[in-house]
Design a protein around this ligand. Structure first.
Ligand SMILES: Nc1ncnc2c1ncn2[C@@H]1O[C@H](COP(=O)(O)OP(=O)(O)OP(=O)(O)O)[C@@H](O)[C@H]1O
Ligand SMILES: [Mg+2]
Length: 370
């Protein structure tokens, strides 16, 4: 998958921008606040129909304007051109594939596989369990529609069960309805739990080998899947906890309480990992996921790397360059504030590399690395 060009009108600070990309490495360079991440986000938008950074759509419109548009020209794995238009006009989001409007945005997801790593992903490590569940859900939904469907059904029944618990007092709980919910919830949970378990054991090897390579075997890492369902069926847990749930007025057991624990040298990465170690782990996690996505979809995803070299020592940066040079990745988009740092890193990259240099007035120079 190759993104040949992007045209933007009124997306965040970019009022009007058209860029033609290199098929290999693209670097967005410039000082803080010039719009490097925003350009990266416009590419993400074309893939996921939403911003990676802003959940409120209106915030993506250039201040004082009332719409934005993003257009991407792509080449698929069979070398066929296609075009994607995404826009927000009159507060309505619309997506078109070759000028034909999608009925549902969800039909677009998966057309442009993409992996992004950004500084805000640190929350996956330092945040609460919800962050890690969201991350695993998003990853699995990209490669496994069945997982997504089970998750949607699980959340729906969970909501119904919680409403029933909230609406009843201790004497009038509809036990028959509760039993029916418990059966459904347990069936969906069993599938979700199995798929999460398989996913962790699949990705763990990839992540470990990337981490070993980048850190040059200085540290060992692990991912543990914490779930009550590792030992019990949800049906038994719900039965056991029914009185407690009745009292709490919500469902206290289930896959919505799962967590994923990241370890470094046997200790918690969240509590004792350095910033560089945490960053290395995140990059290894994203690269590991990239491989999984690529082998599942048989398409090479776009790779978006926002500020990845910051906080890493030179040895680790060099190792990442070696990984990029192995050519397992297709098209890469990198942001950085330092032209000199990127230019000396790119000296070691074999692929064609194009620079896009921004200042506060916008994009002022595009050039291929000599
Ligand atoms: N809706 C918007 N309209 C206009 N400008 C916006 C909008 N949203 C964000 N901005 C501006 O975009 C700029 C941030 O852009 P971006 O995050 O892409 O910077 P960056 O080049 O990645 O900087 P850094 O090096 O700090 O990461 C800020 O100056 C912000 O004010
Ligand atoms: Mg940025």
């Amino acid at each position: 998958m190759i993104l040949k060009s992007v045209s933007i009108v009124n997306f965040k600070n970019h009022k009007s921008l058209k860029v033609n990309f290199s098929d290999h490495v693209n670097c967005f360079l410039g000082n803080n606040g010039v719009g490097k991440t925003n350009l990266l986000d416009s590419i993400y938008y074309l893939s996921f129909c939403k911003s990676y950074y802003n959940s409120i759509e209106f915030d993506n419109i250039n201040y004082g304007q009332d719409f934005f548009m993003i257009k991407g020209d792509f080449i698929d794995k069979n070398q066929v051109d296609f075009m994607i238009n995404g826009s927000l006009v009159n507060n309505k989001k619309s997506f078109k594939f070759n000028n034909k409007k999608y009925d549902k945005l969800s039909n677009h997801i998966g057309k442009v596989p993409l992996v992004i790593t950004t500084p805000i992903d640190a929350n996956i490590i330092v945040g609460g369990g919800e962050e890690r569940r969201r991350f695993v859900n998003k990853f699995l939904s990209q490669i496994d529609k069945d997982y997504l469907l089970n998750l949607i059904s699980y959340n729906r029944v969970l909501k119904q069960r919680n409403t029933l618990l909230k609406d009843s007092n201790n004497f009038n709980l509809n036990e028959d309805l509760m039993n029916a919910y418990d059966v459904k919830l347990s069936n969906f949970a069993k599938i979700i739990h199995q798929k999460r378990q398989d996913f962790i054991s699949l990705i763990l090897n990839n992540v470990q080998s990337y981490y070993d390579f980048i850190s040059q075997k200085n540290e060992s890492i692990d991912i543990l899947y914490h779930s009550e369902l590792n030992n019990y069926t949800l049906f038994d847990l719900l039965k056991k906890n029914r009185e407690k749930d009745r009292f709490l007025k919500h469902t206290s057991s289930g896959v919505h309480r799962d967590d994923f624990v990241f370890k470094i040298n046997e200790y918690s990465l969240k509590k004792s990992g350095s910033q560089g170690q945490q960053k290395t782990f995140l990059i290894a996690l994203k690269f590991g996921y990239f491989d999984l996505l690529k082998s599942n979809l048989k398409i090479t995803p776009l790779l978006l790397l926002d500020d990845i070299f910051d906080k890493l020592d030179n040895n680790r940066v060099e190792q990442i360059i070696r990984i990029i040079n192995k050519n397992e990745f297709g098209q890469i988009f990198i942001t950085d504030t330092s032209f000199n740092r990127i230019d000396s890193i790119m000296d070691k990259v074999n692929s064609v590399c194009k620079y896009f240099i921004f200042d506060k007035t916008g994009l002022y120079e595009e050039k291929f690395k000599k």
